[in-house]
Design a protein around this ligand. Sequence first.
Ligand SMILES: [Zn+2]
Length: 245
Amino acid sequence: MASPIAFKPLSENKTLQILSAAEQGHYAVVSPVIYNLEHIIGSIRAAEAKRAPLIIEMFPWAITFSSGLLVHCAAQAAKQATIPVSVHLDHAQDEEQIRYAADNLPFDSIMIDMSHHEREENLRKTKELTEYCHERGIAVEAEPGRIEGGEDGIADTAELEGVLTTEKDVEDFAAAGVDVLAPAIGNVHGSYGARGPQFDLKRLQNIQSSIAGRMRIALHGTTGVPDELLRQCIAKGVTKVNVNK
Ligand SMILES: [Zn+2]
């Protein structure tokens, strides 16, 4: 059956183009989670006012809610924008849904989040789904280790122990073909509480060195993170900053 979407080669992928430019320019791109049409319009207007690129992202409920209409809205808005905008699916945890999204919806990139599985299983599933997405011109983000906490509609990993990303993880996820790495460096989904964020910046530095330009770096769990800490993370290679709320 013919796909409803004309796939472009990965070399023309919009998310990767936006992040490569950010890496070369030593800046990061904000990636807001949108929940409705007003969020899409507001985010793009703000980015246009700053002449800044943007990666709009949404959680998987946006696919089931109104049969993906919100994804089409975001893609059309991205197309009309006067700055580069791509559309990303964050924390996709359902393999069937990932395949459906890759086949039918206008996402530029998908975060394949298999972090609720044990390491080997996470890797195996990530590799398989990455190939599936790449064949359709869609870039892939993945999370080695485990970022604690829960987000809207996403399986809460607060009961599972957070696992920090290692240099071995970097090698394995690079080998799996992942384009964007979302490391666990002490970052948490949700709020940081009284102590504030305690990031392992040395670990981030090592991750950047190990990556050696093979993948871009996304930072999750930025609610309540001070600007100065964000700047330090950007200096250590972060080019995609996820913002939820
Ligand atoms: Zn996240």
